[in-house]
Ligand binder design. Structure first.
Ligand code: IVH
Length: 700
């Protein structure tokens, strides 16, 4: 055999051995045999340099020539991923994506390898370039160094033109071993991997056993793929290493299993219901993985939907990264002061040395309460790590260095910084007990006017401050009696600013028509926010007088019988409605002409035959599907809803398949009403309604 044929033969054998060992993880030849063949090829190439091909397995050892990583333009956009910092955010994203697409979707969950991002370009199946991500459009050519990575195929099993994205990483064990020998050790495997890829001499890169997993492929010609797992499957067949720990989720576990097997991919298969548990499992297994991951990536599997969802400038809309740790920054606590909320709650606020974190400037961070400060043992002057949890709210995570000013753990003041009233402790929080404390009054006014409540434009916290400090408006009621023309005398309101006054007047006028439910929320009763208000109104307590009547009777049971309202909430709502301040406020608002009843758009008012009765509905019905329709009929006739049967329940409307509630009703002697009877009951009230209409023509 001539030397050229022998060299080709050796190349082929060694490529196969390298691939088996570094990509598939099994050795198919002894080390000695491998070394012998390798040395033979090295020698042949040395004697006949012209036979050395760019994909020769000897290229892995690198060279001592210095390279300077010229800049090259990517032929694919190298985008990043949108991020989430909690599993609930991820689940919400999956739900939203499924809702927004018509096609039935499946999802791939991949490990987010904490390494160095690389794009491998192949021409006719031969590695032509390896380019760093750079700015996404232009990166550095690090081909010589990347060729030393055994798991990077230098020649593919097919002569395709393709760009492949992957993550170069260093196993934890290798990191420990190598780092221990370095004069200046690296902080983590990722930094060592990144440093290695940027060595000037590829022979030095070759000393570090880097690995790679690839996760996206871009063919120059359409391959007719319909989904991501097909792409991963083909990448594997072409000779790449694909992370074996991926998961695939679709409608049923059986189908997911079958499709994963068809794609010859390793990994976990499950139905959508299995996703939350899978995320938990990945998080638990993370510490035992041989390499570092900093999160998970969820990707839509269907390529047509990927096209449909498209991209922003930075990231695809069809994928999201779940980052295990929120991004952190280091800063110093310059001061801690307290804020007084509308309920009197005192919140310590850290004023920090201005810091950039995930794209925003942070100056203030809430410290919640004294317990939170105590847990951190936080003092003014301490150097701290801060994070943005859920990428939104900045939080102090830990103290990195104690201050050298002698400051000890910060302590809550004894008195309100605004009105000097002595603070009281309720649960974990301190409160200013003075209902007339200016901070509380202004807070209540601002809350009332804000979006989500009365939404009165032009009356933001700043204007409220002016109105209050000038003695113009000192209570919510006064908002409706104040003559806004008096503002003309104030700087910033008169003159050409007169328009401002006119629009405020208009906004106040319009607010009188605000829906009843928003009026209820704007009372600011603890735990009586939008959700609770909706539940209570939907259950039939849809009128201020009904609610005040309930409060007069201290009927917390009626509220806690509503599905979604617990006992604690029920008590807080009743207490709130019974407080003197709320009673005064309600009367003020009533006088101002605000709505005191839920607006009905369900046709004529029917005879209130179920007034004062509480109804529970169970089972399924022929005429009321979904069964909430039956409950609507009850409420339209003055009845209220309860989710369970108790001694106090007036009636149980039982459809077919009614179970334990029937037994309870029997036990408690609660009247059981069948669908037929119910139809008769509401039919007769409807009939009466018609009678009335006939008696009084022209009424409607
Ligand atoms: S997909 C358009 N999948 O995370 C495709 N990226 O923050 C976007 N990464 O630059 C990338 N593991 O370096 C993807 N399984 C994975 C990944 C992964 C790690 C890195 C990658 C990317 C960064 C985005």
């Amino acid at each position: 055999m001539d030397y050229l044929s022998r060299a080709r033969e050796l190349s082929k054998l060694l490529t196969e051995y390298q691939r088996a060992y570094y990509v598939t993880g099994r050795a198919i030849v002894s080390d000695m045999e491998y070394d012998r063949l390798f040395d033979e090829l090295l020698l042949l190439e040395k004697e006949h340099p012209e036979i050395r091909t760019p994909d020769s397995p000897t290229q892995r050892v690198g060279s001592d020539l210095s390279s300077d990583f010229p800049e090259v333009r990517h032929s694919i956009p190298v985008l990043s991923l949108d991020k989430a910092y909690s599993d609930s955010e991820i689940l919400a994203w999956i739900r939203k994506t499924m809702k927004n697409t018509e096609q039935e979707l499946s999802f791939v969950l991949e490990e987010k390898l904490d390494g160095f991002s690389i794009v491998l370009y192949y021409e006719k199946g031969v590695l032509s370039r390896a380019v760093t991500r750079g700015n996404g459009s232009v990166g550095n050519d690090v081909t010589a160094n990347v060729k030393t990575i055994y798991a990077v195929p230098l020649r593919l099993t097919e002569p395709v033109d393709i760009a492949v994205r992957g993550e170069v990483f260093l196993k934890k064990s290798e990191f420990e071993r190598i780092n221990a020998t370095l004069m200046e050790p690296y902080a983590n495997p990722r930094n060592l991997a990144a440093g290695t890829i940027r060595r000037n001499k590829s022979s030095e890169t070759a000393q570090v056993p880097l690995s790679i997993y690839v996760y996206e492929g871009f063919w120059s010609e359409s391959q007719g793929f319909t989904d991501h797992i097909q792409i991963l499957s083909r990448l594997k067949a072409l000779g790449f290493a694909v992370d074996p720990h991926l998961s695939f989720f679709c409608r049923t576990q059986e189908e997911a299993k079958r499709r994963l097997e068809e794609a010859s991919l390793e990994g976990r298969a499950g139905s959508f219901d299995d996703i939350p548990a899978a995320i938990v499992d990945y998080t638990k297994a993370r510490a035992d993985l041989p390499y570092e991951i900093d999160g998970l990536v969820v990707k839509v599997n269907e390529l047509s939907t990927r096209d449909e969802l498209g991209y922003t400038e930075h990231h695809p809309r069809w994928a999201i990264a779940y980052k295990f740790e929120a991004p952190q920054a280091q800063t110093q606590i310059m001061d801690i002061d307290v804020q007084v909320g509308r309920t009197g709650r005192i919140t310590p606020m850290a004023r920090i040395r201005e810091t950039q974190l995930s794209g925003s400037t942070i100056r203030n961070i809430t410290l919640h309460n004294q317990d939170y400060v105590n847990e951190l043992e936080l003092a003014i002057g301490d150097t701290v790590a801060i994070s943005k949890r859920g990428d939104v709210i900045p939080a102090v995570e830990s103290v990195i260095e104690k201050n050298d000013l002698g400051n000890t753990t910060w302590k809550m003041p004894k008195t309100c910084p605004v009105c000097k009233a002595e603070l009281v402790v309720r649960g974990a929080h301190h409160f200013c007990p003075n209902h007339d404390c200016p901070a509380q009054v202004k807070g209540r006014l601002s809350f009332f006017c804000a979006k989500g409540q009365m939404d009165i434009e032009g009356l933001g916290p700043k204007t409220i401050e002016t109105l209050y400090e000038n003695g113009f408006v000192r209570s919510i009621g006064e908002l409706y009696s104040f003559d806004f023309n008096r503002l003309k005398a104030l700087e910033g309101f008169g003159g050409s600013e007169g328009k401002k006054i006119e629009s405020m007047k208009m906004a106040i006028e319009q607010s009188r028509k605000t829906p009843f439910r928003s009026v209820l929320v704007s009372l600011g009763i603890p735990e009586f926010g939008r959700k609770a208000v909706d539940l209570v109104c939907d259950a039939g307590y849809d009128d201020m007088d009904k609610l005040l009547d309930l409060a007069d009777r201290h009927d917390t049971e009626a509220l806690s019988a509503i599905h979604g309202i617990g006992e604690v909430t029920a008590n807080l709502i009743i207490d709130g409605l019974n407080s003197e301040e709320i009673r005064i406020l309600v009367e003020d608002l009533r006088k101002a002409g605000l709505r005191m009843q839920d607006e009905k758009d369900e046709g004529p008012v029917l005879e209130q035959i179920f007034k004062g009765q509480s109804w529970c509905v169970t089972g399924s019905f022929e005429n009321f599907n979904p069964r909430s329709k039956a409950m609507d009929e009850i409420k339209r006739r003055g009845g209220t809803e309860v989710s369970g049967v108790s001694r106090k329940t007036s009636c149980l409307l039982a459809g077919s398949g009614a179970g334990s509630k029937m037994e309870k009703a029997r036990e408690f002697g609660v009247r059981i009403v069948t669908e037929e009877e119910f139809l008769r009951m509401i039919g007769s009230s409807e009939a009466k309604e018609e009678d009335k209409a006939e008696e009084q023509p022209g009424l409607f």
